[in-house]
Design a protein around this ligand. Structure first.
Ligand SMILES: C[S@@+](CC[C@H](N)C(=O)[O-])C[C@H]1O[C@@H](n2cnc3c(N)ncnc32)[C@H](O)[C@@H]1O
Length: 208
């Protein structure tokens, strides 16, 4: 018998429920800084970050509702007040729902590489996406992006290094060691297990 769908509000909400700009204090009940995890997958980074940094609000945006709901269930289980997931296309969310220069950081970890040449246009990181990041991140805020796909990192670094609104910064060190928890995200763990080099980028938003 099919299982009834569990209502995960407020931990998970589909993008279709939002109209107009989101007011962060209304969403989180406080005016703490907000950081986005774009393509949060099943939410390891979101969960770890919200536990380690209760002084910050963490919002995951995930296209795949199965993964996004899985992430939200982990947050709901701990009744975390400072983390939420929105199900939908991050680009649409950034365009329609995020007030300009209202987020302290955007994290984009291991974006889908879309290996086949005919599919590369589906990649998240494009000119338009870099412009959207510049529009939503506060001056002095950050964009973090890691990937184990060297070719894609060249594209990401090319877009960000040459963007007029960002300056290159020094990324945090990669966690190392045998501890299973010593990974930033699930895809980080997977890349490391496969022996892939992990490319890490950090960019700081310039003043307006
Ligand atoms: C390779 S997975 C990485 C997941 C996670 N960041 C990690 O490092 O484990 C890429 C994720 O981005 C999501 N994604 C792809 N395009 C997206 C978009 N336009 N908006 C939101 N999420 C997207 C995919 O559904 C997938 O869960």
């Amino acid at each position: 018998m099919p299982q009834p769908v569990v209502d995960l509000h407020p931990y998970f909400a589909p993008l279709a429920e939002f109209e107009g700009l989101v007011d962060w204090p209304t969403m989180f009940g406080n005016d703490h800084p907000v950081e986005l995890d774009i393509g949060c997958g099943r939410g390891k980074f979101l969960l770890d970050s919200s536990l380690e940094h209760p002084e910050t609000n963490w919002l995951g945006i995930e296209l795949d509702f199965v993964e996004g709901r899985r992430a939200a269930k982990r947050l709901a289980k701990r009744e975390l007040p400072n983390a939420r997931v929105i199900g939908g296309d991050a680009k649409q969310f950034l365009i329609n729902q995020v007030r300009p220069h209202s987020v302290d950081a955007a994290h984009v970890y291991f974006p889908d590489p879309w290996w086949k040449r005919k599919h590369t246009k589906r990649r998240l990181f494009t000119d338009e996406f870099a412009d959207l990041l510049s529009r939503v991140v506060k001056p002095g805020g950050f964009v973090h992006s890691w990937t184990d796909v060297g070719d894609y990192f060249k594209v990401i670094a090319g877009l960000m290094n040459h963007h007029e609104d960002f300056v290159i910064d020094v990324p945090p060190p990669e966690p190392v060691g045998g501890d299973e928890m010593n990974f930033l995200t699930n895809f980080h763990r997977r890349g490391r297990k496969l022996g892939c080099e992990i490319h890490r980028g950090l960019w700081k938003r310039k003043p307006l």
